[in-house]
Design a protein around this ligand. Structure first.
Ligand code: ATP
Length: 475
């Protein structure tokens, strides 16, 4: 598959049709149907920030719930955590973020366009991996290949400079006594600093993992790839602690790769052809990591990191031991042996998963657009319509059906326009089942249940409706 994907699935049996505007279509659908809005729009918007509307907040929550269920709740070797966004500033000194959590940027002296040097190079030279290179190396590549500014076409770059990504803020109301703190740049450090409390308060035994999901913040220069890269985003990270003398790290690493692949393909329903693994080379990989691999998705702007997997050794815990002076080790209950455990870290952004889910589910047919979302992810599992909004008996019966379903599933109500228009809008939201209450419903207690993907409309008894939908969703 080419680096710049322009694939649009037109029909589920007709996998790949070219569409160069897929991202624009998704952005427009997201606004039209209440998934994602540009943030602060009435004030002209704020770059790289987005608000999640009624359909978007449901979809995003379903993705994070699926992640939590799959990786935390259903595993005996995992526990969860919800640590603070604002941690002690020393956390970020110990972790290395204050010193080196920085992007290498260049500015065009002609038009003032600012961009990440690695992105500039990788776009101009698709076979070069620039992440992890030094400022000098980046300067050299830009100079050697005379890479022009994508904005004005001139070759007039400043030298590459590093800018820290941590968002700074202050604690304290009185200016003189304020102290500088950071909004967390990743959720992972919260896990390391709570390690002692988790071990002391739980019966966790190595190997075990701690999962955490929540907001992270990065002062990034982005190229406006919608919700792929934003200033604030939801991260879902796991630190899987183990003793390298008892567990083979390579085997654990492979097991995590398998689980991540399984989650993306089976739970999120992503096509395998749009996924690949890419191992970091020596330059790109952090010095303490023994292996890092990215699970990449074929976004419309190329294969890009979706989910990172890194064997970070015991670097982070050791750093926190050094900086805090505390003992952050694990003691074997039988032998009393103490070790500082190593970790494997699978780290993903929920918003990036959501961008992928929307892109992968987008379908166009001659007369409609629909999102073929796995039912468990769909914002609404069912929508209920009275055939005619001006017939009180139909409206009353439809309300009964709504009341019958809504305790079981997120259910939408729609009585605007005609049934065709309602199908059209529910298709775009990805609602798998549309239920219409018609005159026959008043006589025999059945309704039509229209399937989003096949458009078939079997009649189902209202009393059996919740079970019917549940069965289809669980299938
Ligand atoms: P990238 O190379 O894309 O900047 P990264 O290597 O800095 O990502 P990590 O620090 O490993 O990312 O974070 C783990 C995951 O968090 C990423 O794989 C991605 O899914 C998500 N993520 C990171 N930065 C952002 C962002 N600014 N917006 C949305 N998601 C993000």
């Amino acid at each position: 598959m080419s680096a710049t994907r322009v694939i649009l699935v037109m029909h589920k049996d007709d996998p790949c049709m070219i569409d160069s505007n897929l991202m624009e279509k998704i952005v427009s659908l997201c606004k039209r149907r209440g998934f994602v809005f540009p943030s602060s729009e009435i004030y002209g918007g704020l770059a790289n920030t987005y608000d999640y509307g009624p359909a978007g907040v449901e979809l995003k929550k379903n993705i994070s719930d699926a992640w939590w269920q799959y990786f935390v709740r259903s595993r005996p070797d995992m526990v969860g955590l919800d640590s603070s966004i604002i941690l002690h500033p020393k956390v970020w000194e110990a972790s290395g973020h204050v010193a080196s959590f920085a992007d290498a940027l260049v500015d065009c002296k002609n038009c003032k366009f600012r961009t990440r040097a690695d992105h500039l190079i990788e776009e101009a030279l698709p076979n070069v991996k620039a992440e992890g290179k030094t400022e000098k190396e980046l300067d050299k590549i830009i100079e050697e290949h005379k890479i022009k500014c994508p904005n004005c076409g001139k070759f007039a770059w400043t030298a590459v400079r590093r800018f820290n990504l941590l968002f700074e803020t202050k604690i304290g109301i009185v200016e003189e006594s304020q102290s500088k703190v950071y909004l967390r740049g990743e959720t992972a450090q919260g896990i390391f600093v709570s390690f002692k409390n988790i071990v002391d308060s739980n019966r966790v035994r190595l190997p075990f993992g701690v999962g955490q999901w929540g907001k992270s913040f990065r002062n990034e220069i982005t190229k406006g790839n919608f919700i792929f890269r934003t200033l604030e985003f939801e991260q879902a990270e796991i630190e899987y602690f183990f003793d390298p003398e008892s567990n083979n790290w390579e085997e654990l690493f492979e097991a995590w790769k398998k689980d991540m692949w399984q989650f993306v393909t089976k739970i999120l329903g992503i096509k395998e052809a749009n996924l690949r693994w890419r191992e970091h080379g020596n330059e790109e990989r952090s010095f303490y990591s023994k292996r890092t691999e990215d699970l990449e998705y074929n976004f419309p702007f190329g294969f890009k990191e979706l989910w990172g997997l890194a064997y970070r050794t015991n670097y982070d815990l050791k750093q926190h031991i050094k900086h805090s002076g505390q003992e952050l080790s694990y003691t074997y209950p039988q032998s009393g042996k103490k070790i500082v455990p190593h970790v494997i870290e699978p780290a993903v952004g929920i918003n990036r998963l959501m961008a992928m889910v929307l892109l992968d589910a987008y379908r166009e047919e001659e007369d409609r657009v629909y999102l073929a979302l796995p039912p468990r992810l769909a914002p609404y599992k069912a929508a209920v319509f009275p055939l005619l909004a001006n017939k009180p008996q139909l409206v009353e019966k439809a309300k009964e059906v709504y009341a019958h379903l809504s305790p079981h599933f997120t259910t939408a109500w729609d009585d605007r326009g005609n049934v065709g228009k309602r199908y059209y809008s529910q298709d775009e939201i990805g609602t798998p089942y549309c239920i219409t209450v018609d005159f026959q419903s008043l006589e025999d207690g059945t309704v039509t249940v229209r399937d989003r993907d096949t458009k078939e409309q079997p009649r189902v008894k209202i009393t059996e409706l919740a079970d019917y939908i549940k069965k289809q969703i669980d299938a």
